[in-house]
Every structure is written in C-alpha cells, then in structure tokens.
Design a protein around this ligand. Structure first.
Ligand code: NAD
Length: 249
C-alpha cells in the first residue's frame, strides 16, 4: 500500500494508460479521482475500490479550476490526456497544431497552475506537498520519429514544462516529473492503426519500430506512475522517465 493516504487525480482515465494508472494507484491504496471527457468510459470503474469518477474536459480551464478547488487535498496529479497527429511539417495544419498544444500541453499548464497553491499550502501545513506526473512520450525532444511533427513538438514542450515546474517548486514540496512511453497498445493506437489503408501492415510497422519486437500494454506503463506518485521517488524531480521498450538504447 505505497499510496495509502494519498489523493490522486488522473486525467484521460477512461481507457488506455490513464485507466491502467488509475487502477494501479487505487490498488496501492490511493483515493483516486478518475476523470475523463467521456462519461461512458468512466462507468468501467463502477464498484472499483478507492476510485471516484468525474467528467472533466481538460480543454476547459474553468472546469479544471472548479474540480481542483472542490478537492479537500490533492497529493498526486497524473496529467495523461493527449492526442497524436500524423504528418510532417509540410502537412501540418494550424488547427491540428492548436488542438495538440491545447490538449497535450496547455491542459497540463492549467491543471498544474490550479493545483500548485493547494499543494504548497499542504506542504506548509503538514510537510506533504505533491507529486505531479505529466504524460510526454519518447517521441519528443528525446527522439524524433518520422511523421510526428506536431506530436513530437508538443511532447517536447511537456518535458520543458515539467522541468520548469520542478525548478520553481523544488523547495516547496512539489515534485514534477514526466514519463515517455514507447508504443502502447491502447484503444487510440488501435483507432490510428484502423485509419491506415492496410491496418495489418500498420500494426506490423508499429511493432517493428519497437526493439523488443512487441508493443507495450498499458499496465506495463502504470508502475512508473505509481512509483513517481509514491514517496519511494521522494528525491526525484524534473526528470523524464523512458518506458520505451528500448527505443532509446
Ligand atoms: P487513449 O488515447 O486510448 O485514451 C485517451 C483518453 O483521453 C480517452 O479516454 C478520451 O476520452 C480521453 N480524452 C480525450 N480528450 C479529452 C479531454 N479533452 N479531456 C479529458 N479526457 C480526454 O489513451 P492512450 O493511448 O493511453 O494515451 C494517453 C496518453 O499517453 C496521451 O497523452 C498519449 O499521447 C500518451 N502516449 C501514448 C502512447 C501510445 O502508444 N498509446 C505512447 C506515448 C504516449
């Protein structure tokens, strides 16, 4: 029970990595608020111990602020929401860029900005601040991947955002780290595979870019989130953690 007594908020927890991380943190004793824009997906938590749910669109700044303000305390945030656009810089559209930066980066800025005063106050009261975990990707400033211009640029911004927050609050009990998964077999990856002319070949291509010769499962990404949420990682801040099946060897 590494997270007993901690209150955690997870965005985009309806499926995929967010769901796996919410479940893993609840299993470790955290009280988890699993949020998602899609209310139907949150029904999967019905009857799961230690999990409450709330509809939250992370593109809505006011909704984020209200959600955070409504919580008695907040020890852990996992900012998981994000979207992948395919294409090169020549193919990139302004609307796609704006959407990606709003969802992948600005939502984290809003969430963290709303939560910091609460976490700093907690630290001043009882010495327990907070741990913020942001979803980046190995496709970022870590590694350039073909046809991921907007996505890779936005996830590089997540790493910069993470380090900036870590630097500013390192003495106020707030840790801020990000994680950089390789390719994970989630519903949205399957959607993307299905959008190719030859989905069978597309899946093979995704697998081939993974040195281990397979995709990750979402539950294989969750443990790094649990670790960063827990006090086991108490001396770790400002880092980007690869969980990429060897893509950066
Ligand atoms: P997913 O894309 O399958 O699920 C995304 C979830 O986000 C859905 O439940 C959806 O309803 C929710 N969502 C969408 N818009 C939202 C909004 N405005 N507000 C709140 N929730 C919203 O999940 P995934 O593939 O596990 O991806 C999650 C994160 O992990 C993303 O940031 C993604 O970039 C990142 N990531 C994924 C992979 C991968 O290969 N799957 C690899 C590296 C990083």
């Amino acid at each position: 029970m590494r997270l007993k007594g901690k209150i955690a908020l997870v965005t985009a927890a309806g499926q995929g990595i967010g769901q796996a991380a919410a479940m893993a943190m609840a299993a470790e004793g955290a009280t988890v608020l699993a949020t998602d824009v899609n209310a139907d997906l949150l029904k999967s938590y019905h009857g799961v111990a230690n999990v409450q749910t709330a509809v939250l669109d992370v593109l809505d700044k006011d909704a984020i602020a209200k959600q955070v303000a409504s919580m008695a305390r907040l020890d852990v945030i996992f900012n998981c929401a994000g979207f992948v656009h395919n294409g090169t810089i020549e193919q990139a559209q302004d609307e796609e860029w704006n959407f990606a930066f709003n969802l992948n980066v600005r939502s984290q800025f809003w969430m963290i900005q709303a939560a910091i005063p609460k976490m700093v106050a907690q630290f001043e009261q009882d010495g327990r601040g907070g741990s913020i975990i942001n979803m980046a990707s190995v496709c970022s400033s870590v590694k350039g991947l073909p046809n991921r211009f907007i996505y890779g640029t936005s996830k590089a911004a997540v790493i910069g955002l993470t380090k900036s927050v870590a630097a500013d609050y390192v003495r106020q009990g707030i840790r801020c780290n990000c994680i950089c998964p390789g390719t994970v077999d989630t519903p949205s990856l399957q959607d993307r595979i299905n959008s190719y002319a030859d989905p069978v070949q597309a899946r093979k291509d995704f697998i081939n870019r993974q040195p281990m010769g397979r995709l990750a499962q979402a539950h294989e990404i969750a443990p790094i989130v649990t670790f960063l949420a827990s006090d086991e990682s108490i001396f770790a801040t400002g880092n980007a953690y690869m969980v990429d099946g060897g893509m950066t060897i």
